[in-house]
Design a protein around this ligand. Structure first.
Ligand SMILES: Cc1ncc(COP(=O)(O)O)c(C=O)c1O
Ligand SMILES: [Zn+2]
Length: 355
């Protein structure tokens, strides 16, 4: 299996420990799965590797991630309960895949930076795989996320400043020490895990909903959603790509801004999971948005707690970043009218961001 540099086109084996190409370009995975077919799903696996026929992996590390239910919230909205995961967020889909790859190529130690959830996931799967792990998080990260990272035996570095600064510090460590960067933004194996979100939706509903709402910080769920949908489309399982709505925080919206030729100040937001001022794959996200006519919408900061409360009053206790997606949906339908057949990922658990 090979990586291809998205900048200069260089081909590099996926056995490499290099976080990116020498030209600074990020890797893309040279992998086209076989045609999707429900018959190829391994029904004995109750985890994301039931789709291993479409994944670039032989052996895998699993903690029982995926297989999350879809529930009806009201007549127009379904929720996929992705916080029902081993470390309580959708990032387990990507971490299970990426750490499986690390194990396969013999990595002994990984580092990763995160707003908390991806770090939790990498720490847990690295622990299961017997791989040493260090996680960098920005100061201000929810204490419960930090506790969980430490509980899995990972060393947790708390870096002063914002999320982007934390990533810079971790990337410098990777450059200085050559340690493996098990990062959800750099490493495309992560997206081969997050794409199972779509496979599951299709398997569970027997169809893909018309409107899919996805939070976007660095874009790991977006890339997974697109990969999954393109695979279903190319396999002639679905006959169109649904409407996709990418949700950015009103206080941190670099992708929205660039798409709309605007500039806005970055401020602190309750939606810590999407507080990414410098998404490394911004151009890839913008290209996808243009290709599929995707709408990029902003989540109103002053509606996040309201949205979280509205969900909680119906038994769903999600984290602020997840409530932000619902807040964006509410404000969109308030402005443009109700849409039929919506799906939102409940991608992070409330207990993790109880501040
Ligand atoms: C709960 C939650 N939702 C959404 C996101 C956004 O994911 P991404 O940065 O990969 O776009 C994150 C990222 O940490 C998260 O933790
Ligand atoms: Zn290159």
């Amino acid at each position: 299996m090979n990586y291809i540099c998205q900048k200069c086109g260089k081909v590099e084996t996926t056995q490499t420990y290099k976080a990116n190409c020498d030209c600074s370009g990020l890797w893309q995975l040279d992998f086209i799965p076989q045609k999707f077919d429900l018959k190829l799903i391994d029904n004995k696996e109750w985890n994301i590797f039931r789709y291993k026929a479409f994944m670039p992996i032989k052996d895998y590390i699993t903690l029982g991630e995926g297989m999350t239910p879809i529930i009806k919230f009201d007549n127009h909205l379904k929720l996929k309960m992705d916080y029902f995961m081993p470390t309580l967020s959708f990032k387990d889909r990507g971490a299970a895949m990426l750490i499986s790859h690390c194990k396969e190529i013999g990595v002994q130690k990984v580092v990763q930076d995160s707003s908390g959830n991806a770090g939790n996931s990498i720490a847990a799967y690295a622990a299961k795989a017997g791989i040493e792990c260090e996680i960098y998080v920005p100061s201000g990260t929810s204490p419960k996320k930090i506790d969980m990272i430490k509980a899995h035996g990972a060393k947790c570095h708390i870096i002063e400043g914002n999320r982007d600064n934390c990533a810079d510090v971790c990337r410098q460590r990777v450059i200085n020490d050559g340690v493996y960067y098990a990062n959800h933004v750099y490493n495309p194996y992560f997206y081969e895990g997050t794409k199972t979100y779509i496979y599951e939706v299709y398997e569970q509903l027997g169809r893909i909903p018309e409107n899919i709402w996805v939070p976007v910080g660095n874009g790991t769920l977006v890339f997974g959603v697109i990969k999954g949908l393109e695979h279903l489309y190319n396999s002639k399982i679905i006959d169109k790509i649904p409407e996709i709505y990418l949700v950015q925080s009103e206080f941190c919206a670099p992708i929205y801004d660039e798409f709309n030729h605007k500039t806005s100040e970055i401020k602190e937001t309750l939606a810590e999971g999407i507080a990414i001022g410098k998404p490394m794959r911004k151009n890839e996200i913008l290209n996808i948005a243009k290709k599929y006519n995707i709408k990029i919408v902003k989540s109103p900061e002053n509606k996040i707690l309201y949205a979280r409360d509205k969900l909680a009053k119906q038994g769903i206790y999600c984290e602020h970043t997840t409530a932000a997606t619902y807040a964006a949906y509410l404000s969109y339908i308030e402005k443009y009218g109700q849409l039929a057949d919506n799906l939102i990922s409940m991608c992070g658990a409330g207990l993790k961001s109880d501040h």
